[in-house]
Design a protein around this ligand. Structure first.
Ligand code: SF4
Length: 349
């Protein structure tokens, strides 16, 4: 190729890129070709250093993303890390509400996410207008919302909680005050029973945690009689009844590290099995099967993120999470309350 041809080819590349960036709002991610010979791990590391960027990843991300992340955690740990980071750019490998939470806590930092389509069925199950109308039926009640909700729902809440700190948040509300819990009816029902507290529950749920098959779990237990069954409280009550231990994603991970069983049936998103296996290589982890013909249970939203999308997102700093400032300020109030209560309880990320 002579120099004139090289120039024309470069210009065509730039025009193609401009067109792809202009289509970002419709497509949700940068659909740009990547040189297949690139070492994406090395390139991502290089870009992180050049741009003073931090890659935060949720435990439900695929193994490659967990391995390249600067910090891996559950929702509480990620919110705490987002609050304390000194990086200029936060690249959030999780789902949309998590990147939103990072932006709410860091208005001056650039928050980017690999794919805008990475939503959450649980967050979607609570539309803000319907929730605002529902809330009016219970004047004076404290509204506790699980962090898996949109910024609009956070702005309508008094407290945010995660599965790691939910018990502390509920217990911080005086016994004589009513509680509305949203959006996850399974976590709300579990807390109400465990803490012996009446709560009004919003009828939402997570598509991943709701489809575990009781029958298949029972069969697995018969096949692996020495295995302990562990479950996330977003699972339905009937599944939780079969569990030897119920806890947040981090709680489940810690349990498998400190407990002396050698085999576990794990009822939550399968991404966490990577960390469990890394932490206890001698143990066996069996994903609890869903009732849809698959052997394991992946969150389709979480799994939209790929190493390629992360590389492009970091290279072009797109898509960026932008938020209305008035909404951000309102949504921050209940998150700050959660972080204060968590810090006082010694729950650290
Ligand atoms: S696992 Fe469930 S709650 Fe978590 S992001 Fe996926 S759909 Fe939402």
């Amino acid at each position: 190729m002579n120099s004139e041809q090289t120039k024309i080819s470069k210009m065509a590349e730039i025009l193609d890129l401009k067109e792809k960036i202009s289509r970002l709002a419709q497509v949700g991610f940068l659909d740009v070709d990547i040189d297949p010979t690139l070492d994406l791990f090395a390139e991502i590391e290089k870009l992180k250093k050049e741009k003073n960027a931090i890659l935060l990843a949720h435990y439900y991300q695929e193994a490659d993303i967990q391995d390249i992340a600067d910090f891996i955690g559950d929702s509480l740990q990620l919110a705490q890390k987002a609050q304390s980071t000194t990086a200029d750019i936060i690249l959030f490998a999780g789902v949309h509400f998590m990147a939103e939470t990072a932006k709410i806590l860091n208005p001056t930092k650039k928050v980017i996410l690999p794919d805008l389509n990475a939503g959450c069925s649980l967050a979607d199950s609570c539309p803000p207008e319907e929730f605002a109308a529902f809330k009016k039926n219970f004047p004076g009640y404290a509204v506790i919302s699980y962090i898996n909700c949109t910024a609009e729902i956070k702005a309508l809440s008094d407290y945010i909680c995660t599965s790691s700190n939910a018990e502390f948040i509920v217990n911080s509300i005086p016994k004589d005050r009513g509680i509305i819990f949203a959006p996850d009816k399974n976590l709300g029902g579990y807390l109400a029973k465990k803490l012996n507290r009446e709560m009004v529950l919003w009828d939402g749920s997570c598509m991943v945690h709701e489809i575990f098959s009781l029958e298949k779990i029972r069969k697995l237990k018969e096949k692996h009689p020495a295995a302990k069954m562990i479950a996330h409280p977003e699972c339905e009550a009937a599944v939780l009844e079969l569990a030897d231990y119920i806890g947040s994603t981090t709680g489940l991970l810690k349990y498998t590290q400190t407990d002396d069983a050698q085999e576990y049936i794990v009822a939550t998103e399968t991404g966490i099995l990577h960390k469990m296996q890394q932490a206890s290589p001698q143990k066996t982890f069996i994903p609890a099967p869903p009732n849809n013909g698959c052997a394991c249970n992946d969150c389709p939203h979480m799994k939209l993120n790929t190493l390629e999308k992360i590389y492009l997102c970091l290279k072009y700093e797109l898509p960026e999470l932008l938020m209305d400032e008035e909404l951000r300020i309102k949504a921050k109030v209940p998150i700050d309350r959660m972080l204060e209560i968590s810090a006082a309880a010694g729950l650290k990320g």
